[in-house]
Write a protein that binds this ligand. Structure first.
Ligand SMILES: [Zn+2]
Length: 248
């Protein structure tokens, strides 16, 4: 059973449900809830998932950081510890600081929606920790689709030439007929634009359902692709990333 924090309309949690997890949802501002007042019962949840609010860490930010981003990361950490979860998975933008939680392994993975066969350019960072030291292996393909559509953003509804609602939903991996009755149109765009694309969520849920031992050979670039035999990296792009890291 997994606890989904900051769920919003919870596309991340829906991906986990599609992979057989039972997902229980914590409070969310958009439904009048407050994570600060939330205390999970210890040892009931195997894992905690969630994408904490990220405007403070986003490159698209135009205003001064409010400090809310860091405060919500601290809430995520507090809930993981209070829940005594076996593992946790945090989704955020690439500018998100590292969240290390004592007693858990640590892995940071970048994943683009195109890595899971989608058309949308959407780079996100996932951070994962496991009390038993296990890791995620992500057997994603080595090639990304070259054609790419712009990222679906929460602010899309205010943009000139915005993509229509059904197209926007499809780009986030939802059916074109997807709807959120009772939401205004801009609230709909915000809720779906803030979400993890459904196929991306499923891909991660598959990895979380079968974490691998810390001794498993994974690509040295940090992409979490499994490598065979004596290989160090999973391909040419990974070798380049390793070189760049070495120079940094
Ligand atoms: Zn790699």
């Amino acid at each position: 059973m997994a606890l989904s924090l900051f769920p919003g309309i919870d596309l991340l949690g829906q991906g986990f449900e599609a992979e057989g997890f039972c997902v229980v949802r914590g409070p969310d501002l958009i439904f009048g809830g407050n994570v600060r007042a939330f205390h999970p019962v210890p040892s009931r949840f195997d894992g905690v998932i969630g994408g904490s609010p990220c405007p403070d860490f986003s490159r698209a930010r135009r205003s001064v950081p409010t400090g809310d981003g860091l405060a919500m990361l601290a809430e995520f950490r507090r809930v993981v510890i209070e829940a005594r979860a076996a593992w946790w998975l945090l989704e955020n933008v690439p500018g998100c600081p590292e969240l290390r939680i004592e007693g858990y392994s640590y892995q940071r993975l970048d994943l683009d929606a195109r890595d899971v066969g989608m058309k949308q350019r959407r780079l996100r960072h996932f951070q994962f920790g496991h009390r038993g030291g296990l890791l995620l292996a992500l057997p994603r393909p080595n090639v990304r689709s070259r054609e790419a559509e712009a990222t679906c953003l929460a602010s899309e509804s205010n943009k000139p030439g915005r993509r229509d609602w059904s197209r926007f939903c499809e780009l986030q991996g939802l059916p074109a007929s997807f709807d959120l009755p009772g939401f205004t149109l801009s609230a709909k765009y915000r809720a779906v634009g803030n979400g993890v694309p459904f196929p991306m969520a499923r891909f991660l849920a598959q990895a979380v359902a079968a974490p691998v031992a810390a001794t498993t050979r994974l690509c040295a670039c940090g992409c979490a692709r499994p490598v065979a035999g004596k290989a160090v990296s999973a391909g040419a792009a990974c070798r380049k990333r390793i070189e760049r890291k070495g120079k940094a």
